[in-house]
Ligand binder design. Sequence first.
Ligand SMILES: C[S@@+](CC[C@H](N)C(=O)[O-])C[C@H]1O[C@@H](n2cnc3c(N)ncnc32)[C@H](O)[C@@H]1O
Length: 422
Amino acid sequence: MAHNYAKSRKPRETLEVCIEKMVQGGEGMARLPDGRVCFVKGALPGERCRVEVTLSKKDFARGFAVEIIEPSPDRVKPRCPLFGRCGGCSLQHLESEKQAEFIERVERENFRRLARTDLPAGFAIHTGNPWGYRNRARVVASRDRAGDREIVRFGFREQESNRIAFFKECPVLTPALNAFLQGPAREIFTDKRKRFPRELDVNVFDDGTGKVSFYYTGMPADDFEKYAQGVVDIGGKKIETDASVFFQSNLSLLPELVQSVRDAVDDGIASGAASDEWLIDLFSGVGFFAALLQDKFKRITTVERDHGCLVHAKANLEPRGDGASAPVENVSAPAEEWLRQNVVDKPATLIVDPPRTGLPNEVLEALVASSVNRLIYVSCDPVTLARDYAKLSASGFTIGKAEGFAFYPQTPHLEMLLVLDR
Ligand SMILES: C[S@@+](CC[C@H](N)C(=O)[O-])C[C@H]1O[C@@H](n2cnc3c(N)ncnc32)[C@H](O)[C@@H]1O
């Protein structure tokens, strides 16, 4: 079975190759007859396939599998008809149960290559539902005329293209999100009294109770109040948020990440590597981790750049008024700016959860210079995590614990937790 890219293109020259391994991003790696490495989309380790080369550089090449000559026993038929066109879920041709095993191998190699270190032997990936897991997504909406009717449809951007791959039911979205996009969302966006651009990005957010919230740029303030707000229940704790700001996208696996973070905090305090005097949650979003750890600390600081998070962080960390809660400071500023003005001169407990780009250099430098001995690093991009770890290890940090969380099945992405000590 060839990768779907092949269908819409005029065939170019093809070569027969053997796929040696999977690399970051989920592509297969092969050697071309001239010795160059070639990254092949849609091919799995162990497979013999015919590749069409689309990019040829001096040191490496890229291409996609147009014919699988000897398939891997782990190859399956992709579930989604948009596989290969839609920009998401590029790992659907790999058996769901095998995905964590393959990604674990990729991340072990990633750390060896970028950080010159081995992830601990105990590094493993927590897995959850392989389908219907995604409670949050950015979709593109389009309103078209069909005779005298207006039709609203939703889709994702096609890979390497501005075209939209429209879907009726996306197999990785939660049933509540699919139902919302096929029903209520169409009615809302067909309303002619509302002024909408022809094409708009919508963030949809399922709060776990069946209510779906959404947001788009330019949303009127009264609609924002009506449609964008949401509340998520994590182990009995209600976290308020809205669809315009960051929130984690795999609610069913999230409690396992929270538990691992709580365990890392408890170990750190018990061993004396960190203290319960002060929790600093950098890149805190709506104060997610701090809110779930509030009971353990005397003092809490959350730092987040997106000003839209502040109102929620304040609500989520509101002192309970029973005298038991920590004094709380919610800072709306870039982490690097806060670190420029505040010295962390005690072994505080520090959590960082930066975006895919990883920690800004200035933040890394401040952490190295601080008195923090235990750093809990939550990451949605193991490549920038490995790069940041390489810099932190130069100042004596070592990996105490590493865990993976399969927050994005059918894609090569992985959420990771590193507990670093020095
Ligand atoms: C992966 S999210 C994590 C949010 C939060 N920890 C949670 O679990 O919901 C990263 C957050 O970092 C924020 N951010 C990005 N760059 C930042 C910076 N330089 N300083 C502070 N926050 C930043 C983003 O707005 C986003 O809310």
